[in-house]
Design a protein around this ligand. Structure first.
Ligand SMILES: Nc1nc2c(ncn2[C@@H]2O[C@H](COP(=O)(O)OP(=O)(O)OP(=O)(O)O)[C@@H](O)[C@H]2O)c(=O)[nH]1
Ligand SMILES: [Mg+2]
Length: 455
């Protein structure tokens, strides 16, 4: 099997520059066949990390582009292998022809995530850093990008490596005491080690408790907009998006199906879902729409109930308010503030969520809605990268926390050293899964197959 891989690293879109990557031991001999530097030297002869101007050739010798090439020599590269990048003009046709030329010269197509997988296997990144690469590429808000960049620089590993080292300290001392009872080894200081275990358990707990926030940071807040027909739900969706996404009319029951869109509101990613107006509908299609609205409300992180402030509160309004009350967070928007109002906040005193007035038609009060969402989902205050965003990592941290807590309990309750050792060693094995020191091939395959080709 050919071991030098190649891929287009930039997408299949017209852009100013496009990049092809190569990694593997034959990288330089392959690049010498397709890229001819204009200074007369070959890329193999050029110094490491130099950016070289030259011609990109097809297998038939046609000039495909006049462009740049750079090389990095193992082990000082992203993958830890010999690598090269060709920076062409960003035409998908040129990129595709250039890739064919690399294949003809002896490279093969890289699989999804294969560059980063090689970086992991060659010890350039641990698994949490590799996972941060996907998060960084997928990030949709500034905070999500900053957190992923922090993880890429090893924020999670730095925290858990410290814990791992303290567990080595504890277990090795235990073994020394148990295996060499005649040696004059310092007696085991319960106080000192119980403090270490307690700190480790607290640290893991802190990491774990940030996971819910991390999930929101990465995936966004699933937000259902519900309310009775004609309240102005679709108008609110359109106002938030800044364009006419959903149909708005004065006919009650205009929206039949759910309409989903994402927006970044003040740094918070909202996955908005506009729904059919809640009422006792006769029409079969509308009935199904109302069922979808109820189901969207019950699975949402945040429910925004839109009330028509110019019409009296109705049974449907109260039904919508009740659905919102059952959600993790809710906001009642008294809409149509530009018209004479008959609904006022004090009339909603049984409602547990936030209440505000606005006009989805004019945009008045949009700032209050945005401020309210920022209050409900404050931006994280922990250092960049210390918010767990990944379900695999959260699960590993949860199990490690369990074992370390059990080791602590065993230690302070005076159980035999074996009990403490077993739990501490289990925690070490679990933490090794986090960084990827010990993780099955199936799991690594699952992680890297989520990457795009060329990363
Ligand atoms: N004056 C005024 N009219 C509004 C406002 N918001 C919405 N409307 C009007 O109210 C009517 C219904 O608006 P929609 O946004 O379609 O209401 P909806 O809740 O999505 O209605 P359904 O899809 O039928 O459930 C339209 O005629 C809008 O122009 C507002 O803030 N002020
Ligand atoms: Mg609608």
């Amino acid at each position: 099997m050919l071991n030098t891989i190649a891929a287009i690293a930039t997408g299949n879109v017209v852009s100013a520059i496009g990049i092809l990557r190569l990694s593997g031991e034959d990288t330089f001999s392959i690049i010498d066949k397709v890229f001819i530097p204009s200074d007369g030297l070959s890329m193999s002869q050029h110094a490491d990390r130099s950016l070289v101007y030259g011609k990109l050739l097809s297998p038939d010798g046609d000039i495909l582009d006049i462009c740049l090439c750079t090389k990095s020599t193992a082990p000082n590269s992203y993958t830890g292998e010999n690598t090269a990048e060709i920076h062409t003009h960003g035409s998908p046709t040129v990129l595709s022809l250039a890739l064919d030329a690399l294949f003809a010269a002896g490279a093969r197509q890289a699989l999804a995530g294969e560059f980063t997988k090689r970086a992991f296997l060659n010890g350039k990144l641990d698994l949490t850093m590799a996972e941060a690469v996907i998060d960084l590429i997928d990030s949709e808000t500034k905070q999500a990008a900053i957190n992923a960049a922090g993880q890429l620089s090893g924020a999670i590993s730095r925290k858990t490596d410290k814990i791992y080292t303290s567990l080595i300290d504890i277990t090795s001392h235990y073994y020394a005491v148990v295996d060499y009872p005649d040696e004059d080894i310092e007696p085991f200081e319960i106080k000192e080690y119980s403090g270490l275990l307690k700190n480790a358990a607290d640290e893991l707990y802190r990491l774990l408790s940030g996971y819910e926030r991390g999930r929101v940071l990465k995936e966004g807040i699933y937000t259902a907009i519900i309310g009775r027909p004609n309240a102005g739900k679709s108008s609110l969706l359109n106002l938030l998006l800044g364009y006419e996404r959903a149909i708005v009319t004065d006919i009650p029951g205009t929206t039949r199906d759910t309409v989903e869109e994402k927006i970044n509101l003040g740094g918070v990613l909202l996955r908005l879902c506009d729904t059919a107006g809640i009422r006792d509908a006769d029409d079969t299609v509308e009935k199904l729409g109302v069922m979808r609205a109820v189901s969207a409300a019950s699975s949402a992180d945040l429910v925004i109930v839109v009330l028509d402030g110019a019409s009296k509160l109705s049974a449907e309004d109260f039904e919508a308010l009740k659905l919102a009350d059952a959600a993790k967070a809710s906001i009642a928007v008294i809409n149509k503030s530009d018209l004479e109002q008959v609904i006022f906040p004090h009339m909603l005193k049984d409602f547990k969520g936030e209440i505000l007035s606005m006009s989805a038609a004019s945009g008045d009060g949009l700032f209050d809605l945005s401020a309210c969402i920022s209050r409900l989902y404050p931006l994280p205050t922990v250092p960049a990268g210390e918010i767990l965003t990944n379900a695999r990592q959260a699960e590993v941290v949860r199990r490690a926390h369990e074992s370390i807590s059990a080791a602590y309990e065993a230690l302070i309750s005076g159980m035999p050293p074996d009990a403490v050792l077993t739990e501490a060693e289990t925690a070490m094995n679990i933490l090794a899964e986090l960084s990827g020191r010990a993780v099955s091939e199936d799991i690594t395959h699952g992680i890297f197959s989520r990457f795009c080709v060329g990363k």
